[in-house]
Design a protein around this ligand. Structure first.
Ligand code: 6R9
Length: 634
């Protein structure tokens, strides 16, 4: 590897990478020994494109690997989870305590009739019970389906129905910015449309009493009171699904990404180690919500499999004051902080004075994930937070990849960093940047980021949707994995991820399909047609902007009222993260002659850029109209 005229000596990384790519089966077979297996596999990789079976013939249990094996040794009384709530209250769960809770809740699930292969939906904020429920599912071979607690009733109902989930584990209240949010109301509405749900378990909070449907709904505490303290972990086949996690796609409804037990857990554990090089003194804080993949891999499975101490914080990171996050780092002695560029930009906006009242000297590594980090935020993070002593680990990956796939392997050796680049392909990850025909592009030329061979963390499939699995990831580049991201490889081999090449927005690091938002907008009786595009935003990275054609009879209504109604509608159907930052009313949308909305043009108009070639446009008046709306807005 070369940088300018200096050669970068990444011997350890290069050596491992060579081994991994020369003989992947042997390499990954050796890596999988980081876990305890009930039965060793017959074959490390069975690749039948586009399906990979990792560690075929082997069996293991994820909860055993995340709790039982630690309590047998020195980590028995080590803090597993330091949990802090927004009101300042704080608790610690040791590995032994976590073990007991997981066992008891596994028994609760058994008593409710949950069996291996059943789907359990978990709709909870960052409370320890959510992690306990996840691990309890894996203990008995049930498949968890965590739904982000900020999602609306419709989004929750869709995910329950698509996964045919039998059980819902949840709570009645959310605490956010000093307020109590009534989750029960959202749940009641969702449950009206969820026939597969047989039982609901509420980890009740607050003083408000509420009635339960007898024989169907229960309180967590009551069930735990009568539960057995030990449940034998069920060894499952390596390919057995550990979880489903829904994520936005280019078209239609969200996709149920399925991750297997053996491959996923091996990859989560190894990338955790290769990225951060954890030691027993570390306090690891990944601020991602467990409703996203980052929460699955780097709040729960990666750290707990390695026996680390994690911080779990439920609340806003700038509440009650803008220094909340820094206070948590100081109070718990966080050594590794892993957060998103959107959070960094927001905290940067508040200014250094909020940082400098805190002792952040425990920090040794700083992570970034969710979107490309802009150099200004990178430098602030590096200088003001890390005091130029902590490397920035910019980790690129996706729900589908299970763990980091482009990241600086700092756990192995130090790496010269370039602000804005996630550096090199991860160990065992064979990436390339190619043109639309699949031919590699030259250095510094933008292309599509693909992965040329399987890796253990890759998704096992889409829940009950093989056709979509092939179409979304494997067809375009003939059995090579398409990430749907644009990237550049520079002259030194550094990869720069530039953003999505499809119709998916990245709002505060969260994926939202424009198709999903458009679908919900037109489900409102006032809307005839809509087009949603992303607009760059200083803090959130990107925000949705909607162009809407109203049905005739609603056109005379005051536009502010209609806007408010549509925003409410999106909040109710998609959730607050989908809220359009702007809504424009038009009579026509720019379309191709074949009737496809030209979002590319709308985007350019919003950005004030040259529109370029519009020969395929059906009718120019639509453009003039959109331009006028935007002008009026200014
Ligand atoms: C982990 C996660 C995936 C999309 C991905 C890409 C963007 C994530 C990034 C990044 C540049 C990084 N992305 N990390 N882009 N640099 N370090 O966020 O998963 O929610 O599935 O989103 O996020 O566009 O395709 P997910």
């Amino acid at each position: 590897m070369k940088t300018g005229d200096k050669y970068i000596m990444l011997e350890k990384y290069s050596e491992l990478q060579q081994k991994a790519l020369d003989d992947p089966e042997k390499f990954w077979g050796e890596q999988a020994k980081c876990l305890e297996w009930d039965k060793t596999w017959d074959k490390a990789l069975d690749w039948n494109p586009p399906y990979a079976k990792w560690f075929k013939g082997g069996s293991l249990n994820a909860s055993y690997n995340c709790v039982d094996r630690h309590i047998k040794g020195n980590r028995r009384n080590k803090a597993a989870i330091i949990c802090e709530k927004e009101d300042g209250s704080c608790g610690i769960l040791t590995y032994y305590e976590l073990y007991r809770e997981v066992n008891k809740f596994a028994n609760v699930l058994e008593n409710l009739g949950v069996e291996k292969g059943d789907v359990v939906t978990i709709y909870m904020p960052m409370m320890t019970e959510a992690i306990i429920a996840m691990l309890a599912c894996s203990r008995i071979g049930a498949i968890h389906n965590v739904v982000f607690s900020g999602f609306s009733s419709d989004a929750l109902a869709d995910r329950i129905n698509d996964s045919k989930s039998k059980i819902l584990v949840t709570t009645n209240l959310l605490y956010r910015r000093g307020k109590e949010i009534d989750l029960k109301k959202i749940l009641d509405k969702a449950l009206l449309n969820c026939n597969s749900i047989k039982h609901v378990v509420y980890a009740k909070r607050g003083i408000e009493e509420f009635n339960l449907v007898s024989g169907k709904e229960y309180f967590w505490d009551e069930l735990m009171g009568g539960a057995k303290s030990y449940v034998e972990p069920v060894p499952v086949e390596s390919e057995h699904p550990l979880f489903i996690l829904y994520t936005s796609g280019t078209t239609g409804s969200p996709k149920g990404v399925v991750h297997s037990t053996g491959g996923y857990l091996t990859y989560a554990t190894k990338t955790m180690d290769w990225t951060w090089g954890l030691n027993e003194m570390d306090v690891f804080w990944c601020t991602a919500d467990i409703g996203w993949i980052t929460g699955h891999t780097y709040v729960v499975y990666g750290p707990l499999s390695l026996g680390a101490t994690i911080v779990l914080y439920e609340g806003a990171i700038d509440y009650p004051e803008p220094d909340r996050l820094w206070g948590i780092v100081e109070n718990h002695g966080v050594t590794i902080l892993y957060t998103a560029p959107t959070a960094i930009r927001m905290l940067m906006m508040y200014g250094e004075k909020w940082v400098n009242t805190h002792d952040l000297s425990t920090l040794r590594l700083l992570g970034s994930v969710g979107e490309p980090i802009n150099p200004r935020a990178w430098k602030w993070y590096y200088k003001v937070i890390g005091k130029e002593k902590c490397p920035i680990c910019d980790c690129y990956w996706q729900t589908e990849t299970g763990g980091h796939i482009i990241y600086p392997p700092i756990g192995i050796q130090s790496v010269p960093l370039k602000p804005g680049s996630a550096t090199f392909p991860g160990i065992g990850i064979d990436v390339d940047v190619v043109d639309n025909e699949g031919n590699p592009v030259d250095a510094n030329v933008k292309g599509n980021l693909i992965i040329k061979r399987p890796w253990p963390g890759m998704l096992a499939g889409l829940w009950n949707n093989d056709e979509r699995y092939r179409a979304a990831y494997w067809d375009r580049f003939k059995n090579k994995f398409s990430t749907s991201d644009y990237a550049i490889k520079d002259q030194d081999g550094y990869i720069w991820v530039l953003g999505r090449s499809d119709e998916v927005l990245n709002v505060s690091g969260h994926r939202i399909g424009t198709a999903e938002l458009e679908h919900e907008l037109v489900s409102n009786k006032m809307v005839a047609e809509s087009a949603v595009v992303g607009k760059p935003d200083d803090v959130k990275g990107e925000v949705p902007v909607a162009f809407v054609i109203l049905n005739e009879k609603y056109r005379e209504l005051p536009s502010n009222e209609v806007k408010a109604e549509l925003i409410k509608h999106i909040r109710d159907t998609v959730g607050p993260i989908g809220t359009p930052a702007m809504i424009f009313f038009v009579n026509k949308l720019p379309k191709t002659r074949s009737g496809k909305i030209m979002r590319r043009i709308l985007k350019k108009l919003i950005m004030g850029e040259e529109i370029g070639d519009v020969t395929t446009l059906e009718d120019n008046t639509s453009l003039e109209e959109v331009k006028k709306e935007l002008e009026d807005f200014k």
